[in-house]
Design a protein around this ligand. Structure first.
Ligand SMILES: C[S@@+](CC[C@H](N)C(=O)[O-])C[C@H]1O[C@@H](n2cnc3c(N)ncnc32)[C@H](O)[C@@H]1O
Length: 406
């Protein structure tokens, strides 16, 4: 196994674009999930024209590319023969990704813009894997709370006829799949957009049998929405559109919320929808009781997730940061004011900062349901549906909103 991995990696790193090298860095083949991702990555390398032009053009491959393609096909064959749970090659060919060259270049350069905080966390093998594990850990959200949220979102969408479901930050795709399983998807097309290559592939694996995915987009919706993303969607995503931001993706944004909201509003047409799910405060909210603001309550996965992000910023190995976790990480709490990153009244912002260089690593914002509702109304949206779901075992809950453009 190791041998094939090395072989595949060598082929790829020797012969392929630098950008591709970067995407293949640090492959750890230690779970079914990552075996599949490795194979998909290899397949995508084979079809690198796909990245470049958005189409498969086998016949236009140069002789050198043909050679690499054939060699990689052998690797893939061997991997399948060593009894990995691997999809067939014909399946692999069906992935279409539009890769934003500017974002891909940042990802592979290892030189990240200073305002990338949470965006750094999901990139790469470790980040995506830890996020995936966290989302499966009942400590973060227990199954009762999970079903309350998911039933609420399903209820919101039950009578809608959506043609284009555009998911901003689908994570592993499991939440989206649950929604789509309960919708009429006959004519629906699904467009996942994520900054994490691994999570995008994972989403594809989760969703492709359930729904038509014309392509996924590897890009950043905070900085590239009006350029790359809009260009890719404008003539493709037809009919009634829905943009979703679930799992407090909205409450973690690096930039202020109104920037994204303004862009979304301008892109959507009358009658289109936005689906939001964010973290919010219960009436008895107290920062001292909020587990998200207590370093000591971080799960092992959360620690690795944040340490990996700090490592990218500080250039110090993740392991070292993990050993001295509390010497590297501090938590700073802000109630909405000029220094916080939110402009929505009564928002609490829990800032995870590195103590060495004072970079922000992650913001978790907790909203006040009513204040957020008022704020959303200031854009050209009607609040079609809204619900606050308090969690019994916590001082927080979740706010869900379905907005309709008028
Ligand atoms: C908190 S997770 C939520 C995942 C999923 N929606 C859920 O509820 O389980 C945030 C997701 O958004 C992606 N993401 C965060 N910021 C992004 C950005 N600026 N552009 C594109 N994707 C981003 C992350 O990679 C991750 O998949």
């Amino acid at each position: 196994m190791q041998e094939y991995r090395e072989y595949g990696k060598k082929l790829i790193t020797n012969d392929m674009d630098k950008a591709m090298d970067g995407l293949l860095n640090d492959i750890h083949v230690d779970s079914k999930f990552y075996n599949e991702i490795l194979l998909h990555k290899a397949a995508l390398i084979v079809h690198r024209v796909n990245f470049r032009k958005g189409t498969l053009e086998y016949d236009k491959l140069s002789r050198e590319e043909q050679r690499i393609r054939n060699a990689l096909l052998e690797v893939l064959d061997e991997l399948t023969n060593v009894d990995l749970i691997a999809p067939s090659f014909s399946l692999l060919q069906k992935i279409f990704l539009e890769v934003d060259p500017r974002i891909a270049a940042i990802i592979v350069s290892n030189k990240y813009p200073l305002d990338w905080s949470q965006r750094l966390l999901y990139i790469g093998d470790i980040g995506s894997k830890q996020w995936n594990k966290m989302s499966e850990n009942p400590r973060n959200i227990n199954s009762d709370n999970n079903s309350l949220v998911s039933n609420c979102l399903i209820g919101f969408l039950s009578n809608l006829n959506i043609d284009s479901f555009i998911s901003f930050g689908p994570g592993n795709g499991i939440k989206d799949k649950n929604l789509l399983d309960n919708m009429n998807t006959n004519r629906l097309k699904y467009y996942p957009i994520d900054i994490s290559f691994d999570l995008l592939i994972k989403t594809w694996l989760t969703m492709h049998e359930a729904v038509n995915i014309p392509f996924g987009i590897l890009s950043c919706f905070e900085s590239r929405f009006c350029t790359f993303i809009k260009n890719k969607l404008i003539n493709e995503a037809k009919g009634v559109k829905l943009i979703s931001l679930l799992g407090n993706t909205f409450g973690n944004l690096d930039r202020r919320e109104y920037k994204l909201m303004d862009n979304v509003k301008d892109f959507l047409k009358v009658g289109d929808y936005v689906l939001l799910e964010v973290s919010s405060k219960k009436i008895d909210y107290a920062i001292e009781k909020d587990e998200g603001a207590i370093i000591g309550s971080h799960s092992e996965e959360m620690k690795i997730f944040l340490a990996n992000g700090m490592s990218k910023r500080l250039g110090i190995p993740t392991k070292k940061i993990l050993k001295l976790y509390t010497e590297f990480l501090s938590i700073d709490v802000k109630v909405e004011d000029k220094k916080s990153n939110s402009n929505i009244n009564n928002t609490v912002e829990i800032k995870h900062m590195d103590k060495k260089k004072h970079n922000k690593i992650l913001s978790i914002r907790r909203y006040d349901h009513k204040s957020l509702e008022k704020w959303l109304e200031t854009f050209s949206f009607i609040i079609e549906k809204e619900e606050f779901i308090p969690f019994d075992d916590k001082v927080i809950g979740v706010s869900c909103f379905l907005l309709k453009k008028y």
